[in-house]
Ligand binder design. Structure first.
Ligand SMILES: Nc1ncnc2c1ncn2[C@@H]1O[C@H](COP(=O)(O)OP(=O)(O)OP(=O)(O)O)[C@@H](O)[C@H]1O
Ligand SMILES: [Mg+2]
Length: 157
């Protein structure tokens, strides 16, 4: 699915919709797109919808930020500065994949084979002053999310 995101509010809203559709099982989202395309904005919308109140900053230097929310644990990765995918070994990724966690990974392409396989791949791109977003469902459970999203995105014009 390709959709149009007019402004920051639209990107935040897509994040919120994804949060609402995600299954309660472990779920991984890869976020792709150039610098400034809106990956962190989408993550912010998603985290707010799950009850997070504070700031959401890209964990560019720490690689991962953990949000211990009432609904489920969320891990927000930003791998922009990752030099060698092997560095991910030291993060103890297995711990992140247990327990209904939601993993959102910016610059997932930098992580190579060390990362969990995506359920959903979201690619943001510049379109004039706005953005385009491509959403791809990889796993069977993501296809269910995708179908709900498609309805919402189309309905909202
Ligand atoms: N649909 C949109 N239309 C126009 N501007 C947007 C849209 N979505 C987000 N933005 C703006 O784009 C800017 C960059 O967003 P953001 O920080 O989320 O990008 P990013 O992809 O995470 O960048 P980086 O690769 O540096 O981490 C912000 O100022 C944000 O408000
Ligand atoms: Mg970012």
């Amino acid at each position: 699915m390709l959709a149009y995101l007019l402004d920051e509010a639209a990107t935040l809203d897509l994040g919120k919709q994804i949060a609402q559709c995600c299954p309660q099982t472990q779920f991984t989202i890869h976020l792709e797109g150039e610098l400034g395309a809106g990956k962190t904005t989408l993550t912010r919308g998603l985290l707010r919808a799950l009850g997070h109140k504070g700031n959401v900053k890209s964990p560019t230097y720490t690689l991962v930020e953990h949000y211990s929310l009432a609904t489920r644990p969320v891990f927000h990765f930003d791998l922009y500065r990752l030099i060698d995918p092997e560095e991910l070994d030291y993060l103890g990724l297995d711990d992140y994949l247990s327990n209904k966690s939601l993993c959102i990974i910016e610059w997932a392409s930098q992580g190579g084979d060390y990362l969990p396989k995506p359920d959903l791949i979201i690619t943001l791109s510049y379109h004039k002053q706005s953005r385009h977003v491509k959403i791809e469902a990889v796993s069977a459970q993501a296809k269910i999310v995708y179908e709900q999203l498609e309805t919402i995105v189309v309905d909202s014009g």
